[in-house]
Design a binder for this molecule. Structure first.
Ligand SMILES: [Fe+2]
Ligand SMILES: [Fe+2]
Length: 353
């Protein structure tokens, strides 16, 4: 059977998801302390960073990178409204509770530090506030579906990429503005937690109903970062900036595959998810149309998916249980055949191109 796109969870799912949110609400970790940061304002001065930027990153690019962080983060309420609406429509009080009690108050602390940093570069506070307000007033159009599993999958990818963005800023700041770099890294750590939480929420839903892999794959296909829609003047430049900042795409690919394999739960299901996403993205898998590959895999009864799962994990350098002897050698040659035909963009989107 192929994963499908109808959202359904058995009644055993709710207590698990509520339990996860209980644990998050009880121990959300430490939010950013904006009062302390504001008092240390002088140390957020980042003027000295300009001469230390990598050659391919101009001052204008650097300002754009910071503004993209500030303007994407300031629109928290618009994203939260989409989550609340989906949680209400699909009766997922656990998701509404996480969103309102943890995620929103946490995210509300993420944009101000970048505003303060930009002020030290000579940008006027009132103008920055106006820019923030104008983005907050823009209509936010969500890229993906709004069932809970689509929302948590979206959250997983968006938080991972945002985590990466704050890390990139931290790296650029570090040589000349260590305090500001620490601040970017403190925000990054929050995004890391958000990624893990959304990953776990998605994994529980898939575990409770493996058919949900269809909606996970559909979200992988439709995903775009909110900044590309909400702040296209900066969001449209991220690929160029990432390339110029020498971002480690292989590492990003590996982390995304790791997260999705944890969502899928087993090597077989990782293969199934990957094949489903390949079909939906319209990519090829060797000489055969992926739909044909899927129908053959379904006839094989599943072990074929295991091979595809192994191939994708191997491709990014992640471990998986290996067979030994003749079986191991045959699996290896089949796996290598599949691996050579895998298009990593299935998982990473355009970032791998
Ligand atoms: Fe954030
Ligand atoms: Fe976040």
């Amino acid at each position: 059977m192929s994963p499908n796109d109808t959202y359904y969870l058995p009644s055993t799912a709710a207590p698990k998801l509520e339990g996860l949110v209980d644990r998050i609400v009880a121990r959300p970790g430490t939010f950013l302390d904006l009062k302390t940061l504001k008092e240390a304002n002088a140390e957020l001065d980042i003027k000295g960073v300009i001469p230390t930027l990598p050659e391919a990153i101009s001052e204008e690019d650097f300002v754009g990178i910071l503004k993209l962080a500030m303007l994407t983060e300031c629109a928290t309420d618009a994203y939260a409204a989409v989550f609340t609406e989906g949680a209400t429509r699909y009766d997922a009080p656990w998701l509404a509770r996480f969103n309102q009690q943890v995620w929103v108050p946490d995210e509300h602390t993420h944009y101000a530090p970048y505003k303060w940093m930009l002020q030290t570069l000579g940008y006027n506070e009132e103008e920055l506030d106006n820019e923030v307000r104008s983005v907050q007033e823009r209509e936010y159009e969500h890229c993906c579906g709004t069932t809970p599993v689509e929302l948590t999958t979206y959250g997983l990818v968006q938080e991972y990429l945002t985590d990466h963005w704050h890390g990139l800023i931290g790296q650029l700041l570090k040589p000349a503005a260590p305090y500001a770099a620490q601040c970017a890294h403190a925000i990054k750590r929050r995004e890391t937690l958000h990624t893990i939480w959304y990953r776990d929420m998605t994994a529980i839903q898939v575990e409770e109903n493996p058919e949900m892999l269809g909606l996970v794959a559909e979200t992988m296909r439709r995903f775009t970062m909110p900044g590309t829609r909400l702040v296209p003047e900066y969001g449209g430049k991220t690929m160029e900036w990432m390339a110029n900042a020498n971002v480690d795409y292989a590492h990003m690919g590996k982390e995304l595959v790791r997260n999705f394999s944890e969502v899928a739960g087993t090597v077989r299901k990782t293969g199934e998810l990957f094949l489903e996403a390949t079909i939906r993205r319209g990519y090829k898998l060797g000489p055969f149309p992926p739909k044909m590959v899927r129908s053959v895999m379904n006839r094989l009864g599943g072990p074929g998916y295991g091979l595809i799962g192994e191939a994708i994990l191997d491709k990014v350098g992640l471990p998986y249980p290996r067979s030994t002897g003749v079986t191991g050698r045959i699996r290896e040659s089949l796996r290598n055949f599949i691996m050579a035909r895998i298009d990593l963009r299935t998982v990473t989107g355009k970032t791998a191109s």
